[in-house]
Structures are given as structure tokens and as C-alpha cells.
Design a protein around this ligand. Structure first.
Ligand code: SF4
Length: 432
């Protein structure tokens, strides 16, 4: 169940139907102002809405004072064990503080922090972690870890309410993905406050991204979760933000920049598609428009499943086709495919609509239907899926011509993949 309540963290609304906010946490020593600000800017540049900084010492609070003034995004102070630091962080201007009432030193100290936060209109994130549940829940944790997590969270919510404080969000986190999913589902039924989602110590960029995408994606798809952080074991916090955005974009919860889709390739592939995909991905970084670009390794299936894409290419050995909204635009030599694709994208964005040259489009359509005819008998995975889809309700065709305006100058950097990244041995193309 989506949260009903909403809080405001330095201007970013969380909960109550607001867009799911993306968070990350700096990995630098907060007291190192320059390093921390560099990281905050990198996080903001990649689309982080909020950043959290660890504040374990007085000198971190001192730096925090400057950081919150200069940061382009709201800053949450992360406090453990020392309620005095929480009080100081509020004085320093933190837009939110994160505390775990279980380790902040008892109810009286929690009350002090809450009173100060209320007076300063600073919201609190109440955090519960599977590794630090209160003692009286340890037995329950052994028999039912999900119920133990939820009970701890509800107890903290009760504590906040008993202190007449409602300006908070809650996070319950575990390293265990199924437990995180189950606990947040249960908690969302028991409280109305915004939920922060994360998988604790998820792991490296590869495994951590997957674990987080599975755990957070499952909850977000159910409408649970108001802000997310992908925790990755990398110094580069902005990588967490990129992954978070991919999760939100995949679920169509938020839009940010282009979406690249590409077929997985198979034995029908006759050109160096890995390099083409890498190059398109690189060049798309310059665009802020939420355009969807598809890359198909062959035209055997026609435009098929990529017909919803704003733009796309499908290749063959010597020639390829550029298409837009499921309709051919023109065929081009294979080695010009990427440049011509971007020429079409730029032209369309600057004109605000897709420009169709009827004769070139007809030539492209003829090329496409010839390939489709030649391969009519082939039951590719896409064709089987298309046959299944045809049995279902037909999707409305995209009108597809209105696109946002462009502004994507800059030089083009060629992408070069080596044999380790993308072997050509055993495939139907070579790479110069
Ligand atoms: S058949 Fe499908 S997976 Fe194989 S190259 Fe063509 S588009 Fe890609």
C-alpha cells in the first residue's frame, strides 16, 4: 500500500504520491569538505534527489554546516549512537537526520532529538536494520525475522507518535532480499508514513545492483516505497544513482534521459552490434530527452517488438534500416548506421517531429519486407512472442511524431570494444 503521509526534505517531497526520490550516500570523510562536495555534485549530476552524509564526529558536523549551504541537493545527516551529534547536525542546517532510536541512547535522548527537530522543522528518517534490533526482539528475530523487523519499526513509529511527532519516514533494511520485501509489504499495511527502501550491504556493482533491482523493484511494482537507495560497494556513489534510475525507468515510475533497448543477439547477427550498442549508449549520454532507442541485430523479425521505440535501427551484413515509431525512415550503409541514426534523432528533436522522406521510407520498407519474406519460415524468439501477442488485444499505434526539442551538441567519441569485452570469434562478423 502506498504511503498516505508526505514529508518535505529540503524541498523534495517524499510520500503521499510524490515521485519516488533517488538517494545516495557519500563515501568520503564528511569532514573533508572538498572531497565530499565533489561526490555530492557527482550524485546530483546523475540525478540524485537527496544525499546522505555520515556524521560520526564533531569535525564532520563542522563540515556539514558548509556542505548543506553549498549542496545542490538536500542533505541528510546520518547519525548513530550519539544523540548530541544529531542535535548539532540540526543546528548545522541538515535538511533531515537519520537516526536509529535503538542505538541513540534511550527514549529520553530520542525525545531531545525529536523536540529539536520539531522546533527546526527538520524531518527524521527512522531507520531499523536487521543487524541492530532491540534486545527484547532478539528471540522473535530468531523465529520470525520479518515480524521482528516490522515490530521494531512499529514500536519506533509509536514512540514518535507518543512524542507528538509525525514528520518522519521509516526504513527497514536487511541483507536478505525476501525478508526486505516481506517486511516492507507488512509494514506498508501497518503504517501510513513514507518508506525508504534499500537492501543493506547489497554487494558489488554487479551483484548489488541485481539484488537491489529485484528487492526494490518488486516493492516498487507493488506501489510500495517513496524513496530508494541502491547500496553498492563502490567509492563512486553516482553509480548507485544510475542504477536507481534504471530501476525507476524500467518500472516507468520516472523518466530521465533516453532509454536504450537492444536485442540479445543470436547466430543470425551479421555485424558488430556490440560496438554499435556501446557507441549508441555513449552518444545518448548527451541527451536529456526521454527518447527510447532500439537496436535490433537483424531484420528477420521486421521492426516487430521495437515498434514502440521512438527511434531504432536494424542491421544486416552490408545495410541497415533506421526506423521511427515502427515505420521505416530509410536504409543506410552498415558503416553509417549510427551516424545516420543520430542525424535523424537530432533532426527530429530540433523540428519537434519526425521528418519522413516518403521515397526513402518506401525504399526502406521494401528492403525490410524483402528480408522478412526471405526469412518468413524462421521461428525466432521474437516471432513466437509476436504470434502470442497477436492473440492478445492489439496495442494502440503510436502517433509518434511529437518529440521534445533538442540541444545536444558536442563531439562524437568512437567506442572501441576489444575481444575481451565482445569476442568476434565464432560469430558472423569481424572487427577491424
Ligand atoms: S533474431 Fe532477434 S536476437 Fe537474433 S539477431 Fe535478430 S533481432 Fe537479434
Amino acid at each position: 500500500m502506498a504511503s498516505k503521509r508526505q514529508i518535505d526534505v529540503g524541498g523534495v517531497k517524499i510520500g503521499g504520491g510524490a515521485p519516488v526520490a533517488v538517494q545516495s550516500m557519500t563515501k568520503t570523510e564528511t569532514a573533508d569538505y572538498d572531497a565530499t562536495m565533489r561526490q555530492i555534485r557527482a550524485i546530483a549530476d546523475e540525478g540524485g534527489d537527496i544525499v546522505r552524509c555520515a556524521v560520526p564526529r564533531d569535525k564532520d558536523v563542522e563540515a556539514l554546516r558548509r556542505i548543506v549551504r553549498e549542496s545542490p541537493i538536500p542533505v541528510i545527516a546520518d547519525i548513530h549512537f550519539n544523540h548530541t551529534l544529531a542535535l548539532k547536525a540540526i543546528d548545522a542546517g541538515a535538511h533531515c537526520i537519520r537516526i536509529n532510536p535503538g542505538n541513540i541512547g534511550g527514549h529520553e535522548k530520542t525525545r531531545e532529538v525529536v523536540d529539536k527537530a520539531r522546533a527546526a522543522s527538520v524531518p527524521i528518517r527512522v531507520g531499523v536494520n536487521s543487524g541492530s534490533l532491540p534486545k527484547h526482539l532478539h528471540e522473535l528475530e530468531r523465529s520470525d525475522p520479518v515480524e521482528a523487523l516490522v515490530t521494531a519499526a512499529v514500536e519506533y513509529v509509536d514512540l514518535m507518535e507518543s512524542l507528538d511527532f509525525g514528520d518522519f519516514k521509516v526504513s527497514i533494511k536487511s541483507t536478505n532480499v525476501p525478508n526486505t520485501i516481506a517486511a516492507n509489504r507488512l509494514l506498508s499495511q501497518r503504517i501510513e508514513y513514507p518508506l525508504h527502501l534499500g537492501i543493506t550491504e547489497a554487494g558489488t556493482k554487479w551483484s548489488g545492483s541485481l539484488k537491489s533491482a529485484v528487492g526494490l523493484g518488486t516493492l516498487l511494482a507493488d506501489g510500495i516505497g517513496d524513496t530508494i537507495r541502491i547500496s553498492l560497494s563502490t567509492f563512486h556513489a553516482e553509480e548507485e544513482v544510475k542504477v536507481a534510475w534504471e530501476v525507476l525507468k524500467a518500472l516507468k515510475l520516472r523518466e530521465r534521459g533516453p532509454v536504450l533497448i537492444a536485442c540479445p543477439t543470436c547466430g543470425r547477427l551479421q555485424f558488430d552490434m556490440d560496438t554499435v550498442v556501446a557507441e549508441i549508449e555513449e552518444r545518448l549520454r548527451r541527451y536529456s530527452e526521454p527518447i527510447e532507442v532500439a537496436v535490433l541485430g537483424c531484420a528477420v523479425n521486421g521492426i516487430g517488438e521495437a515498434s514502440h521505440a521512438d527511434f531504432g535501427i536494424t542491421g544486416a551484413k552490408n545495410e541497415g534500416l533506421i526506423f521511427a515509431h515502427g515505420e521505416p525512415l530509410r536504409k543506410v550503409p552498415q558503416d553509417r548506421l549510427v551516424d545516420e541514426l543520430f542525424a535523424e534523432i537530432d533532426k527530429s528533436l530540433s523540428m519537434g517531429r519526425v521528418i519522413v522522406d516518403e521515397s526513402k521510407a518506401a525504399e526502406g520498407a521494401e528492403w525490410l519486407s524483402k528480408i522478412e519474406e526471405e526469412n518468413a519460415g524462421e521461428l525466432t524468439p521474437e516471432r513466437i512472442a509476436a504470434m502470442e501477442a497477436a492473440a492478445a488485444a492489439e496495442e494502440a499505434g503510436a502517433d509518434g511524431t511529437a518529440l521534445p526539442m533538442a540541444g545536444n551538441g558536442g563531439t562524437t567519441r568512437r567506442v572501441v570494444l576489444d575481444e575481451d569485452q565482445s569476442p568476434t570469434a565464432g560469430r558472423r562478423f569481424t572487427r577491424a
